[in-house]
Write a protein that binds this ligand. Sequence first.
Ligand code: SF4
Length: 70
Amino acid sequence: MKLVIDAERCAGHARCNAVGGANLFPLNDDGYIGITELDVPPGQEALARRGARACPERVITILDDPDAEG
Ligand code: SF4
């Protein structure tokens, strides 16, 4: 499972970080998301999914979700 993040559209709410944790969603010094993609470590899929869904700007896209329908 992988996340792709459109960091240019990040508004710095830090919701992803608060929900998904700093390991998956590190912030830069300005409080914006510090990565543009992430290979989700095994076992962290649910946490990554929650963090991605917490983004109010919807800039985090989930790819290859093993639990996704279809
Ligand atoms: S929740 Fe979305 S807008 Fe907020 S810091 Fe994370 S990626 Fe950026």
